[in-house]
Design a protein around this ligand. Structure first.
Ligand SMILES: C[S@@+](CC[C@H](N)C(=O)[O-])C[C@H]1O[C@@H](n2cnc3c(N)ncnc32)[C@H](O)[C@@H]1O
Length: 310
């Protein structure tokens, strides 16, 4: 989530990290997919972006640039997925160059402080449901650098957390965040995979967590079906997602204009997804969704946050 994020170390209204120093680490230290389990077959129904403005000229131009610079996989609502998490990982999030994955991980680690400070109250309220509900097994989709791991420090003893992310360069940050939060190393596992094919068994998780990730997955609906599949009956899905601004607003016009660029610079992040609607329509037994505008998130507003119950 780069376009428009404002923080002391970050730019506003420009999608480049002009003042962040990037240190490349070309060591691959990722963990392979383990505990493979089948995921339900269903057809891909797309990511839910509702662009109405014709970007006929600009979108192919940006796509050409992105293809030339970065092997970024553009959204394609007609894909269907196999049941093999590795095959799905390679299809929906093909390996990017090391430098790009490192760049994105460093940028996320360096640029999100003011955002995390502002969202902290909302997250604390949501994550309290993990401790009061005594969630024992938690899976976080798109865990990134692990900004939520500090909220797991009061989990019941014996609780474990699995973090899934296709960017291998996120692992060292997530591991460090897990350690800082006091999670024993045996209780945190980073798995290199995508949310469209979660490498865990059906009904095996008490809670699934996802923050700022449905903007980036290739298939929102498939991801939500996977979240439901891996949750135990009565399990909870906690989410905080940025969503499209209201139609007819100036913000929505800007979001539509910058959406193609955002996908290039922020590893597939979409500005105009109606993610709250997708969660409401995903077939959870009930959902509790609220919206908030965050001043630190600039164009990446509003946010939909809440809990869905299987
Ligand atoms: C904007 S970052 C958010 C990271 C973290 N959840 C947070 O709140 O800071 C989006 C994350 O989603 C990951 N991601 C992208 N595509 C994904 C997919 N198909 N499945 C799971 N995670 C994905 C990215 O690698 C990145 O770590």
């Amino acid at each position: 989530m780069f376009v428009g994020i404002s923080s002391p170390t970050q730019i506003t209204s420009t999608p480049f990290f002009s003042n962040i120093k990037i240190k490349l680490n070309l060591n691959n230290s990722h963990q392979s997919i383990q505990n493979l389990a089948k995921s339900p077959s269903s057809s891909c129904t797309g990511g839910g972006s509702n662009n109405n403005i014709c970007l006929c000229g600009r979108r192919p131009f940006l796509a050409t640039i992105s293809t030339a610079l970065i092997p970024l996989h553009q959204s394609n609502a007609s894909d269907s997925f196999s049941d093999d998490p590795i095959a799905v990982l390679n299809r929906v999030h093909p390996p990017r160059p090391d430098w790009y994955e490192e760049f994105y991980a460093v940028a996320m680690d360096a640029s999100m402080k003011s955002y995390e400070d502002e969202i902290a109250g909302y997250k604390s309220e949501l994550f309290a449901n993990l401790t009061t509900g005594k969630a024992a097994k938690i899976l976080e989709i798109g865990i990134g650098t692990g900004p939520n791991l500090k909220y797991y420090s009061n989990l019941a003893s014996g609780a474990s957390v699995v973090g899934v992310d296709p960017n291998r360069k996120m692992e060292k940050y997530a591991q460090a965040a897990a350690q800082a939060s006091g999670l024993p190393p045996t209780k945190f596992q980073f798995i290199h995979a995508v949310a469209e094919a979660l490498p865990v068994s059906d009904a095996s998780m008490d809670a699934v967590v996802g923050t700022l990730v449905l903007c980036s997955v290739k298939d929102v609906n498939k991801t939500l079906q996977e979240v439901k599949r891996v949750l135990k009956p009565g399990g909870i899905y906690i989410f905080v997602e940025h969503v499209a601004a209201e139609d007819g607003t100036f913000l929505k016009v800007i979001q539509r204009a910058l959406d193609p660029l955002q996908q290039v610079v922020a590893d597939g992040c979409h500005l105009t997804r109606e993610t709250g609607d997708s969660i409401s329509a995903a077939g959870f037994s009930s959902t509790d969704i609220k919206k908030v505008f965050l001043s630190s998130a600039s164009l990446i507003n509003p946010h939909a946050y809440g809990i869905a119950y299987k």
